[in-house]
Design a protein around this ligand. Structure first.
Ligand code: E4P
Length: 224
């Protein structure tokens, strides 16, 4: 499973990239707003992210009709060769994705919450599908079960996208290392994680305790 970083924060991206940990980045309007992003700087900011990451960078459209989405997607895809256009899973989004497939523009279909949405997204030619986990948990449903169903359904078939590459599932809206671990066990292709969750994924209390003991014992070796 690959890791994408779910953020628009350049410092977080630089740090995670220095670990060799991330294969891409996903952004959304909320994440851009969170870093105090301005509309006039949006394209420039996405361009900076694309320079920092050797992999796909999802930039989301906020347009609502097919023609507007297609036009916006063309504009976003001109920012850098590694831009992937993030489009919500809705009728207009499917139609736009189908059009963009003919133009070789890769799409990440976002806000996916069901098996049927995922299959239709794949059928329309999406390069990535992003089933959300945490937002199910937010409404007291089991997001991991939903993700498992989507992974199983998509793996039953072959869904070629741009350049004949197979659709990949991005487990999204992940809020904990357990979400990440379960996504890997299910066979999700990618986990997109906020920086704090990525850091938590590196940590384990037994690693800390073991390190403490090694350091203490090494002092004894030096004194002998
Ligand atoms: C995915 O691409 C989304 O940007 C993200 O994972 C949503 O996460 P949230 O539900 O924590 O906002």
């Amino acid at each position: 499973m690959k890791f994408f970083l779910d953020t628009a924060d350049l410092d977080e991206i630089k740090e995670a990239a220095s670990w060799g940990a991330i294969s891409g980045v996903t952004t959304n309007p909320s994440l851009y707003a969170k870093i105090g992003g301005k509309l006039s700087n949006f394209e420039e900011h996405i361009g900076k992210i694309c320079e920092l990451v050797d992999g796909p960078v999802s930039a989301e459209t906020i347009k609502m009709t097919k023609d507007e989405i297609v036009e916006d997607a063309r504009r976003l895809s001109r920012i850098a060769p590694n831009v992937v256009v993030k489009i919500p899973t809705m009728v207009e989004g499917l139609a736009a994705t189908h059009q963009l497939l003919q133009e070789g523009i890769p799409v990440n279909m976002t806000l996916c919450f069901s098996v049927t949405q995922a299959i239709l997204a794949a059928r329309s030619g999406a390069r990535y599908i992003s089933p959300f986990v945490g937002r199910f948990d937010d409404i007291s449903e089991n997001g991991l079960n939903q993700l498992e169903d989507v992974v199983a359904a998509i793996q039953n078939y072959s869904f070629p996208s741009v350049n004949g590459e197979e659709v990949e599932i991005i487990a999204a809206s992940l809020r904990s290392p357990n979400h990440v671990a379960q996504a890997a066990l299910m066979g999700a292709d990618i986990a997109t994680v906020p920086f704090n969750v990525l850091k938590q994924c590196v940590q384990h209390p037994l690693t800390d305790r073991g390190l403490e003991r090694f350091l203490e014992d090494w002092k004894k070796v030096e004194q002998a």
